[in-house]
Design a protein around this ligand. Structure first.
Ligand SMILES: C[S@@+](CC[C@H](N)C(=O)[O-])C[C@H]1O[C@@H](n2cnc3c(N)ncnc32)[C@H](O)[C@@H]1O
Length: 380
């Protein structure tokens, strides 16, 4: 084993031995579901345990089949008895065996309706420091000057703030629990001088009403891992409806490696999701892309940057069918690159009538379309 054992890794090995994992594994490997059935434990519980054991090199995983390693067998026979006797158990991890057997968090989940935002009001200021460099970097990949941006589960609103702090004409909607918005997001946005461009919408983001087709960019920053697969599907479907045609969905997450054994921290976090959330898990890049496609988005790509994990960009395609032609033309005007001089021509009149530059440019283009663009007779 290459890495030295921390208390959680030691507890993981202890539970694996308790449930008879190493004895049960077949020579040619086992898949998660059949192994869970044989061991009479929950597949949700066993899954992160197996991944952490692959990071510890006690197991290997290939094409979804887990096998015990020879070096692991030797370690367990020769070194483990002495090491385990010397380790101090981590008290909050004592019920890991129960979590693996039943697949549910043994205590009350750290987040949720009951909490009302108290837990995250403490945590999200730290997340701001962690995500801010990447949030700012990301703005260069989002060439958007006008429109509305949505930050779901906004926390400090770090992700949308990275963009709005650099684009003075964008406006934002931040959704989170009331306590998080009032104690963290609002003061943070105030500090950055952008609070007046935000609407703070308090509530559960599964229930809060979102205007259909209204948002050019939607941020989902570190939400999906705690919501798990089924709720993430629902959330992405809701985002798709709220995305403007041609708009982007930005998904920032801790991303599980492929193969899973390569990233110990992501696997440790995955085990945390089992212990402290109701449905959480860490997704791989492929799984996140698949979630996006299922919701109707196209995968635009991954942005690498100063963060530890790259960020996924998904795009809602603009309509192209004949029946939506008029809408399509209007949408295309919002994504046109307008040259600096043209933009300047519109800025003063826009200020004078208290409207945005892009609105006036869009109107001018629409007027041009009505007056000057005629269908070819062959199309009539
Ligand atoms: C892990 S934090 C991420 C915060 C921020 N997006 C970031 O990346 O730093 C998750 C945030 O989502 C909020 N949240 C979780 N579930 C929610 C729900 N169902 N409705 C509204 N907000 C929720 C939490 O209050 C918290 O602020």
């Amino acid at each position: 084993m290459k890495r030295s054992l921390d208390a959680v890794a030691a507890k993981t090995i202890e539970v694996a031995l308790e449930i008879g994992l190493f004895d049960a594994l077949k020579q040619d490997g086992d898949e998660l579901e059949s192994l869970a059935r044989r061991l009479k434990v929950s597949a949700r519980g066993l899954r992160p345990l197996l991944y952490l054991l692959t990071s510890l090199e006690l197991l290997t995983e290939e094409a979804g089949r887990f096998t015990a390693t020879e070096s692991g067998r030797i370690f367990l026979q020769e070194q483990w008895p002495e090491i385990s006797a010397a380790l101090t158990p981590a008290p909050e991890w004592q019920p890991l065996g129960q979590a693996v057997r039943l697949g549910v968090c043994p205590g009350s989940a750290i987040e949720g309706e009951g909490d009302g935002g108290g837990f995250f009001a403490q945590v999200v200021p730290m997340l701001f420091d962690l995500h801010w460099p990447m949030a700012r970097h990301l703005a260069s990949h989002l060439p958007l000057e006008q429109g509305r941006v949505l930050d779901l589960g906004a926390g400090s609103a770090v992700w949308s703030l990275g963009l709005l702090s650099q684009r003075p004409e964008l406006t934002g909607v931040a959704v989170d629990r009331a306590q998080v918005l009032s104690e963290v997001a609002a003061p943070n946005l105030e500090r950055h001088g952008v609070l007046q461009r935000y609407e703070l919408r308090a509530g559960n983001y599964y229930e809060v009403a979102l205007e259909p087709g209204a948002y050019e960019v939607i941020f989902l920053g570190h939400l999906l891992h705690s919501d798990g697969l089924e709720l993430s599907r629902q959330l992405l479907a809701k985002c798709y409806t709220a995305s403007a045609p041609g708009g982007l969905l930005v998904v920032a997450e801790m991303v599980g490696s492929q193969p899973r054994g390569l990233d110990y921290e992501a696997n440790l976090f995955d085990l945390n999701m089992l212990m402290f959330t109701e449905r959480g898990l860490v997704f791989t890049a492929g799984e996140l892309e698949q979630l996006g496609r299922e919701a109707g988005y196209q995968v635009e790509g991954w942005v690498e940057g100063p963060g530890r994990y790259p960020v996924l960009l998904l795009r809602r395609e603009a309509p192209e069918s004949e029946t939506t032609m008029q809408q399509c033309i209007c949408m295309k005007t919002t994504t046109f690159n307008v040259s600096e001089p043209v933009c300047r021509d519109f800025q003063e009149p826009a200020r004078a009538c208290d409207r945005t530059t892009s609105e006036l440019i869009r109107e001018a283009m629409e007027l041009y379309r009505l007056e000057s663009i005629r269908p070819r007779p062959s199309l009539l």
